[in-house]
Design a protein. Structure first.
Length: 92
C-alpha cells in the first residue's frame, strides 16, 4: 500500500509542478500583452518621452541664460550711449 500511496503523491506532485509552470507561462504572456497595449496607448496619446522633455528643458534654460546676458549687454550699451533704456512696452 505504501508504494501505491507514494506513486499517487508523486503523480500529484508532478501534476502540480506542471500546473505551476503553465501558470508562469500564462503570466508571462499576459504581462507581454498588457505591456504592448500600454505602449500602444501611450504612443497614441502622443506623450513626450522623459529624455525629450529633459532636452527641451535644458534648451529653454540655456535660452533664458543667454537672454539675461543679452539684456545686460543692451543695458550696458544704452548706458554708454546715454539713451533711455528700451522696454517692450515703448515699442507698442
Amino acid at each position: 500500500m505504501t508504494q501505491t500511496s507514494n506513486r499517487f503523491f508523486d503523480e500529484i506532485g508532478r501534476l502540480m509542478n506542471d500546473a505551476a509552470g503553465a501558470a508562469q507561462g500564462v503570466k508571462r504572456e499576459i504581462d507581454t500583452v498588457v505591456r504592448n497595449q500600454a505602449e500602444k496607448i501611450l504612443r497614441d496619446l502622443d506623450i513626450v518621452k522623459r529624455e525629450e522633455f529633459e532636452a527641451v528643458k535644458d534648451m529653454a534654460r540655456l535660452a533664458r541664460e543667454e537672454n539675461e546676458v543679452l539684456k545686460a549687454r543692451i543695458a550696458l550699451l544704452e548706458a554708454k550711449l546715454g539713451t533711455a533704456p528700451s522696454s517692450p512696452d515703448a515699442a507698442a
